[in-house]
Structure formats: structure tokens, C-alpha cells
Design a binder for this molecule. Structure first.
Ligand code: FAD
Length: 441
């Protein structure tokens, strides 16, 4: 049966079929190894076949044949996810979406852009800048990640200080999807029904194109501020978010993390470091506020004039990546801190000492300025990690657990009935990315 399946797949026009087992292995993993728990859990998962469609029609044909043979189908963008999101738990086909890259439409009145699923965020953003616009939200992997992978798997990142998170209404304005119904077809969804596919790990529809909102382009300036005292640093971090300056990024790294950053990051180390992207007219205010508390202020210049990596690549989960580059014993957690944030930080630091290092990100959460934390955690086994997670929850943090594979467990832990409803409608046989939507399993 599987041979017949492969033969039918091979007959699809505009479809590359990758048959080598090395390629199957390569495209069956993402960056889940940041979690020792997932590393163990997902090690053996492998696709039976990998395909790369060059047209939307080819996507529909793959869907039709997978549906006819009841073969699992898992979508993959650039494969930079952290939770094994595009790992085929039950084998079957992995479909690489990265050859669908066209920017289909740009509305110069509204700034809305319609783009195919596999377009890289860097290419999309470059196009938008040429039109005087830019993306509102980007992951720190914005140079390598695809736009549909970000919507289906990401949550926020650079820009979240101003624009909140991807699932907030207003970012995703519509989708074109291919369904896995009895007769797979291409359909258009406007903003409301599209919400059910936003951050659903590709479990309830194949995204072929997306309509997104954008914002005016700003010549963001890179600024770092170093503070000798951590509590002063947290206070200044909060102040930066309360004053009338336009920020696109505001991160705080504890000095032990700063020590481990790559050398291009603006060392000397030793102090706790704020990393900011700020509009030009906010620089003097940040400088004045920093100097008034004895902090060292550095204006590194315009981000757009820089070649290669910038401050962005030191923040969000890139911080975790750099720390793991130094010592792979580090893993991490993700949480929204309760207020006042310093209480939780103090309590956990007292108990866990140097086994937890603080990395904070300013975010907008349902309209309020809040602080998210992505602390580095020294791996001391699963029980230890669970204990830490429980302590964070008891202290009032909302955990977004990066050590689990389901959509729900990585989020608020609750089943989203709209996501399940969309799966029932668009993938009634459960062919897409099986095992990832808890409300369906
Ligand atoms: P993939 O990993 O390929 O896929 C992600 C999910 O989307 C999978 O479930 C996949 O099945 C699904 N999917 C892919 N294409 C489609 C499609 N066409 N239709 C339906 N479903 C689809 N994430 C953030 O949100 N913010 C960050 O700041 C951030 N920083 C990171 C830093 C590092 C160092 C690393 C390793 C990861 C980081 N991530 C971050 C996670 C990840 O890089 C991003 O979410 C990224 O946008 C995922 O895009 P991708 O193309 O790599 O998606």
C-alpha cells in the first residue's frame, strides 16, 4: 500500500519528492533539543517521506493522496520551532512549505500584505521596508523562519513590547488554506475563522497564504544600558516602558548571561544589561534616565545600517541559544511574571541561586505592559524542573511550558474549542500533525 502511495505522490506535477533517509531524518527535527525532556521523547521520530510542493495545486494533490491513503501529514516551514512542533510523531509525510514564497498583494492604503506560507520573514520584511512599512512582530529567528511557521508555531518576540502577541486580534487578517476533508480543497478564511488556525501547529489546516497587518517602518536605534545592581536594572527596565518613547524591543539580561554572549554583542561584560530598540527621538530620554541612576548608556547606532547580527539576535530564545552554545546543561522556561515581578525573582533566586539566571522581556499583554521571563535553568533532571515549574505557578506566574509537545500544554493548558472545531471541519480524519492537539487526541 505504501509503495502505491509513494507512486501516486511521485506522479504529482510540481512536487519534489525526497527519498533519501538522511533527508527524512533531517526534516523530522527542529530545535527541540533545547529541552532535555523533548530530546529524549522525540529522538526516534522520523518521516517516511518528505515532499516539497512548488505550487498550491501540488499542495492540494498531496492532501488528496494522504487523505485517500490515510497517511499522516506534517507541515514544516523552516523547522526552527522549539517544541518539536513539526516533528512527525507518527511518521508519514513531512511537507516542506518553503518553496511557496510569493508576495501576492500589498495594499499601500492599509499596509496589509498577502504572502505565501513559505516566504521567509526576512524577505517579507525587506519587501515591506521598501514600501515604508515593516512587520509588527518577529521572532528572534526572523532571518531563517517562515511566515506560516511563525503564525502556526510562534507566539511573539521582537515587537511584543508594543504589539503584544500573535494571537491578539488584529495581526492575522485572513488565510488561504487547503483542507483535509474527504475531497481536499482550497478555501479562504477571513480574520475570525482564521483565528482557529493561529498557533495550532498546523493541526487543523494547511496554510498556503496569509494576510497580515503591518506598521510604518522606523529606523530603530540600538541601545544598551548596563547597571551594576540587578534591582536597579529591573527598575530602569520598567521605567523605560512607562515613559513616552517608542520601543520595539526591551530585554534585560542578568550579568552571568551577559558574560556568555558572543563577542560581537558589545562587551565588556560584568554588569546587567538592558537591550533596546528605540525610535530616534527617544534616545535622549533613555540616556537621561540611565545617567540619573548611574547606569552606563551606549547608543550603538541605526539597526538598518548594520550588516549581520544585531541586538535582536541576543534576545528572546536567542539568549537561550547563546547560553547553550557555552554550556548545553542550560535549558529554559517561559512565563508571564506576576506583579510586582521582583518578589518572584527574589524568592526563586534565594532558593535556586545560580541554577536560575534571569532573562526578562517587556511585553504588552492584553493591553497592559507586563514582563515575560525566559530564565535559563540549569538542567538537573525532570523532577527538579517540575518542582521549579510548580514553584513558579504557586508564586503566580503563568507558565508557557517549552518542554511539552501539545499546543495546549505549551499554552495556558486549556483546550481551545475553536481549534478543535476547525480540526473537526477541515481535518475530520485527524491526518494533520497527529498527536499535537490535545483536544483532539
Ligand atoms: P516550523 O518550525 O517549520 O513550524 C512551526 C509550526 O508551524 C509546526 O507545527 C508546523 O507544522 C507549522 N507550520 C509550518 N508551516 C505551516 C503551514 N504552511 N501551514 C500550517 N502549519 C504550518 N518563536 C517566537 O515566537 N518568538 C521568538 O522570539 C523565537 N525565538 C527563537 C529563537 C531561537 C534560537 C529558536 C531556535 C527558536 C525561536 N522561536 C521563536 C521559535 C521559532 O523559531 C519561531 O516560532 C518561527 O517563527 C517558526 O517558524 P518556522 O518556519 O521555523 O516554523
Amino acid at each position: 500500500d505504501f509503495n502505491q502511495f509513494v507512486n501516486e505522490i511521485k506522479n504529482i506535477p510540481n512536487l519534489e519528492v525526497l527519498l533519501r533517509s538522511a533527508e527524512h531524518k533531517r526534516y523530522s527535527r527542529d530545535f527541540y533539543e533545547y529541552s532535555p525532556v523533548l530530546k529524549e521523547e522525540l529522538a526516534g521520530c522520523c518521516a517516511d517521506l518528505v515532499v516539497r510542493p512548488l505550487s498550491v495545486d501540488a499542495v492540494i494533490s498531496v492532501a488528496q493522496i494522504c487523505q485517500a491513503f490515510q497517511i499522516p501529514l506534517t507541515l514544516r516551514g523552516a523547522g526552527t520551532g522549539n517544541y518539536g512542533q513539526c516533528v512527525p510523531l507518527q511518521g508519514g509525510v513531512v511537507m516542506l512549505m518553503t518553496s511557496l514564497t510569493q508576495i501576492r498583494n500589498f495594499d499601500s492604503q492599509t499596509g496589509e500584505v498577502t504572502v505565501e506560507a513559505g516566504c521567509l520573514l526576512i524577505d517579507l520584511n525587506r519587501f515591506l521596508i521598501s514600501k515604508g512599512r515593516q512587520l509588527r512582530l518577529l521572532p528572534s529567528t526572523w532571518r531563517t523562519a517562515s511566515v506560516a511557521g511563525f503564525i502556526a508555531g510562534g507566539s511573539g518576540g521582537i515587537g511584543s513590547v508594543r504589539w503584544g502577541f500573535l494571537r491578539d486580534p488584529g495581526h492575522l487578517l485572513g488565510l488561504e488554506i487547503v483542507t483535509l476533508e474527504e475531497s481536499p480543497r482550497k478555501i479562504q478564511l477571513n480574520a475570525k475563522p482564521a483565528e482557529a488556525l493561529n498557533h495550532a501547529y498546523g493541526t487543523n489546516g494547511i496554510i498556503t497564504s496569509l494576510k497580515l497587518s503591518t506598521c510604518p517602518n522606523v529606523d530603530w536605534q540600538e541601545v544598551t544600558i548596563d547597571c551594576a545592581d540587578f534591582y536597579e536594572a529591573v527598575k530602569l527596565f520598567k521605567t523605560c516602558n512607562q515613559v513616552a518613547v517608542n520601543l520595539f524591543l526591551c530585554s534585560l539580561l542578568e550579568n552571568k548571561i551577559v558574560e556568555s554572549l558572543p563577542t560581537w554583542s558589545g562587551n565588556p561584560a560584568g554588569k546587567h544589561r538592558l537591550l533596546l530598540l528605540v525610535e530616534p527621538d527617544g534616545i535622549s530620554t533613555l540616556e537621561r534616565l540611565s545617567k540619573s541612576v548611574g547606569a552606563d548608556f551606549y547608543h550603538l547606532g541605526s539597526e538598518q545600517e548594520k550588516v549581520g547580527n544585531g541586538l535582536r539576535e541576543l534576545t528572546w530564545n536567542h539568549t537561550t541559544m547563546h547560553m547553550r552554545g557555552v554550556n548545553s546543561d542550560w535549558t529554559y522556561l517561559q512565563m508571564l511574571l506576576p506583579q510586582p515581578e521582583i518578589d518572584l525573582i527574589n524568592t526563586l533566586s534565594r532558593k535556586w541561586g545560580q541554577n536560575i539566571l534571569w532573562h526578562l522581556e517587556a511585553v504588552r499583554q492584553q493591553g497592559d505592559q507586563r514582563i515575560a521571563a525566559l530564565p535559563l535553568v540549569r538542567w538537573q533532571g525532570k523532577d527538579n524542573l517540575e518542582q521549579l515549574i510548580n514553584e513558579c505557578k504557586e508564586l503566580g506566574a503563568i507558565i508557557f511550558n517549552p518542554h511539552v509537545i501539545t499546543v495546549e500544554d505549551g499554552g495556558l493548558g486549556v483546550i481551545d474549542s475553536e481549534q478543535v472545531k476547525a480540526k473537526r471541519e477541515y481535518d475530520p480524519k485527524g491526518i494533520l500533525n497527529p498527536g499535537k492537539l490535545k483536544g483532539w487526541i
